[in-house]
Design a protein around this ligand. Structure first.
Ligand code: ZN
Length: 258
């Protein structure tokens, strides 16, 4: 199906402006995503810091508890040592001595645990320090990137506004209402791409190396009749597969045909 319109060029311009808008909106979405990613990374770093801080807090409490345990055992040892001097019977003396030995072993064990915990606390503190440094460095990077993203966004938004104004001008000057409505309907249904170029590929199989034509939006091959229609001046054809308006770019129109 052919659509002849005097405002052929305006419709193409309208779509080209729309393509720039599509492209710009895609760029805006990508920038927005970049910002989200920056925040996600930041959040995960803070989360990591919180987990390490929590672990450190637990270790400090554990250390305090074991230190208390140590004090209790030490007090018991001194108590028994005082009692040891007052014991008269040999059996009691031996029993008490062995109790003191057991307590001393317990004390050694506790002291080893304290050393282990101090090591853990040291490592955790070092890790926390590293994470904090990393976070403040990342805050600087993040801020710089966000500023740059915002600048890009502002420029794109400005560009979108200008293109929209231009596009409105083009649209308001088009008098061919029938084609205008058609284009508008396709735009709504087909992701804002209503008018597409025809792409040509040399068909090597033909002796004359004829060109085959395809819809650049859906890749449907044009029939020879459609290929001839699309060469006519100011004429779109409708893609049988995707319903978009197709045109051939940059050809010498055969003005005798219409
Ligand atoms: Zn198509």
């Amino acid at each position: 199906m052919e659509i002849f319109t005097e405002e052929f060029e305006s419709f193409i311009l309208f779509q080209e402006l729309e393509n720039i808008l599509i492209d710009n909106r895609k760029k805006l979405a990508e920038l927005e995503l970049k910002k989200l990613n920056l925040n996600e990374i930041y959040k995960s770093k803070v989360e990591e810091l919180n987990i390490k801080n929590e672990a450190l807090k637990k270790k400090m409490i554990e250390k305090k508890e074991i230190e208390n345990e140590l004090m209790t055992v030490e007090a018991e040892i001194s108590k028994y040592q005082i009692q040891l001097n007052q014991v008269k019977k040999n059996d009691e003396f031996k029993a008490m001595l062995s109790q003191i030995e057991t307590l001393k072993l317990k004390k050694d064990d506790i002291e080893n645990r304290i050393i282990e915990i101090i090591d853990m606390v040291d490592n955790l503190s070092k890790e926390i320090n590293d994470i904090k440094n990393n976070i403040s460095e990342y805050e600087r990077v993040k801020k710089a990137e966000e500023d740059s993203i915002d600048m890009k966004k502002t420029a794109i938004e400005l560009n979108i506004k200008e293109i929209l104004d231009k596009q409105n001008d083009v649209l308001n000057n088009i008098k061919d209402q029938a084609t205008k409505i058609k284009v508008d309907n396709i735009m709504v249904k087909k992701d804002r791409l209503a008018i597409a170029k025809v792409k040509a590929k040399i068909n090597e199989a033909h002796k004359a190396k004829n060109e085959d034509y395809f819809c650049s939006a859906c890749n449907m091959k044009l029939t020879s009749e459609e290929a001839s229609s699309v060469r006519k001046a100011k004429t779109f054809i409708i893609c049988q597969n995707c319903s978009r308006l197709l045109y051939l770019e940059g050809i010498e129109y055969d003005r005798t045909k219409k």
